[in-house]
Design a protein around this ligand. Structure first.
Ligand code: ACM
Length: 545
């Protein structure tokens, strides 16, 4: 039996809040007009969310907000207008799929007429992912230079509507969007979330649902941790025992599982439809027991170890001195690269405690060029900075505030030599860390990471001797040694994930815990309507129910 504990450390909130919201809306007790700009630091719980969401009550905080004029109301007569571009049409269909079930409106999509909700591609200052949103009594216009910007603008529009808009049954409304303009563009190009599907396996539908939730907060990279000691989760035709044997179990001894190539393509397709790029990781040369158990020849002594279902790290290594190791690495990289339309391939490289330093350097010197050979850019955990990172490689820092200076200095040196930097400090961004000592799920080796701790740091000045301009972005990993159910992923990710998303998107000038926690609290009713089993952390002034 799995040793995992599954009880929650708070009682899931009920749908009573939804009822309260409907009552507020139905009696017309709606706030109007004034939009606070900086947010307020108020220890008391916030009042019930009003029917009209202030333009700046969005996560991630938009770069520029200019409230003005009256709101737009979505009505049975509202059309969604597009201008013929097929990707814009797909985004319009996505928006309609969010709005139709709860409003009960038809919301026809058309390329004719004026007013209503308009999605518009046009040259402008918003770059690859930015957008502008204009709202007034006649309609809402989202304008962007690229489809990704329109998609992110649609997420903002969604958050400006009452949280009940997320429900899959008809709700009362009214469906009003505050008047004014938002201009928004991300601080960082890399805004990632990692899901460990190795320690416990999660099927395609669970991953797709996680992607949908990431999209709401403008996350644009899904890093899938596809192999580790406990399980190999991606089909590799040239090495079939990786999945048939190496994928057959999981932490705690459960059944395991793996993605066929068709499954993986479906995840990639779904992610792309939400404007996320999948970054696959095959962790090497350590964290490889599942591979070593599947093929004796990958071991220096030609003896395959048993499958592993515990949670220790650092005990496994591919054999850096054997040519077959590099045949294996090349086959895996080639097949994975062929399945992956995105630019990146993550080769792990962390906690190789059973690989000598010389072997580690040899291994990385031989494997990194394979990634380039198949057209991808290397991403690796920051231990790669102890070898020679390939030109253009991205280093993912997962150390901590207390991590020693020599390690930080090596990372700074690699960045100075041209490496990109993704910040995933374990004591800030690891979503599998317990919130408090009482959290029944998760681990605590890095820290107890409460909601404020996850949010209250600046990627721009996090590492000494790394200038803000050298930071590629941030990522929130969710390791799954203790998590085996979809609801458990949600419970650990929410409400911390939106904070990391905000650090990745919003200008540093918007960073303010007291304002953030008010915006975060306003997400609660939305999560209730979406059925997200979030942790109702006491640091956040959730609406009273
Ligand atoms: C890691 O947490 N070993 C990247």
């Amino acid at each position: 039996m799995s040793p995992l504990l599954r009880r929650r450390d708070t009682t899931p909130r009920t749908s009573r809040l939804l009822g309260a919201l409907l009552l507020v809306a139905a009696t017309g007790a709606l706030a109007t007009g004034a939009v606070p700009t900086g947010g307020t630091a108020d220890a008391a719980p916030a009042p019930r969310p009003p029917g009209l969401t202030p333009l700046d009550r969005v996560i991630p905080a938009p770069a520029v907000v200019r409230p003005a004029g009256g709101p737009y109301t979505v009505t049975p007569g509202t059309h969604i207008r597009v201008d013929g571009d097929p990707e814009t049409l797909r985004i319009a269909e996505y928006l309609a799929d969010v709005l139709r079930p709860s409003t009960g409106f038809r919301l026809p999509i058309t390329d004719r007429g004026y007013g209503g909700i308009r999605l518009r591609l046009a040259d402008g200052p918003h770059g690859a992912e930015g957008y502008r949103l204009d709202s007034g009594p006649d309609g809402v216009v989202v304008t962007a230079g690229k489809p990704a910007g329109l998609f992110h603008g649609v997420q903002t529009l969604r958050q400006l509507l009452p949280g009940t808009v997320e429900a899959d049954t008809v709700q009362l409304g009214p469906w009003r969007v505050a008047g004014g303009t938002i201009e928004d563009t991300p601080r960082y190009a890399w805004r990632g979330a990692m899901l460990d599907v190795s320690r416990h396996f999660f099927g395609v539908d669970t991953v797709k649902e996680y992607i949908d939730r990431l999209a709401l907060y403008k996350i644009n990279k899904l890093h899938l941790h596809l192999s580790d000691d406990q399980g190999w989760r991606i089909a590799v035709d040239s090495w079939p025992r990786l999945t048939s044997h190496g994928g057959s179990t999981a932490v705690g001894g459960g059944a395991g599982g793996f993605y066929t190539k068709a499954d993986y393509r479906e995840i990639v397709r779904h992610a792309a439809s939400r404007h996320l790029e999948v970054v696959p990781e095959v962790d090497m040369p350590g964290h490889t027991n599942a591979a070593l158990a599947s093929y004796p020849e990958l071991n220096c002594d030609d003896v395959a170890p048993p499958l592993y279902t515990g949670i220790k790290v650092g005990f496994s290594s591919l054999c850096a001195g054997k040519d077959v190791t590099y045949d294996f690495a090349e086959d895996v990289v080639r097949e994975l690269a062929a399945l992956t339309p995105g630019r990146y391939l993550h080769i792990g490289g962390d906690e190789a405690h059973s690989t000598s330093h010389d072997d580690y350097v040899t291994f990385m010197d031989r494997v990194q060029p394979l990634v380039a050979k198949y057209g991808k850019t290397v991403v690796a955990w920051h231990q790669l900075s102890g070898a020679t990172p390939a030109k253009g490689a991205l280093i993912q820092y997962w150390g901590m505030d207390r991590t020693g200076d020599p390690e930080k200095a090596r990372v700074a040196e690699a960045v100075k030599n041209g490496a990109g930097l993704i910040l995933s400090p374990a004591d800030r961004t690891y979503l599998d860390m317990k919130y408090t000592e009482d959290t029944r799920l998760g681990l605590s080796w890095a820290a107890l990471v409460d909601v404020r701790r996850a949010y209250d740091w600046d990627p721009g000045d996090y590492l000494p001797d790394v200038p803000a301009s050298a930071v590629t972005g941030v990522e929130a990993p969710l390791w799954t040694e203790t998590l085996s159910e979809p609801g458990e992923l949600e419970y650990m990710a929410f409400p911390r994930l939106p904070g990391i998303a905000e650090l990745g998107w919003s200008p540093a000038a918007t960073h303010d815990w007291d304002a953030y926690k008010v915006r975060l609290a306003a997400q609660g009713p939305r999560w209730e309507a979406m059925g997200i089993d979030y942790h109702a952390a006491p640091q956040v002034p959730w609406p009273r129910d």
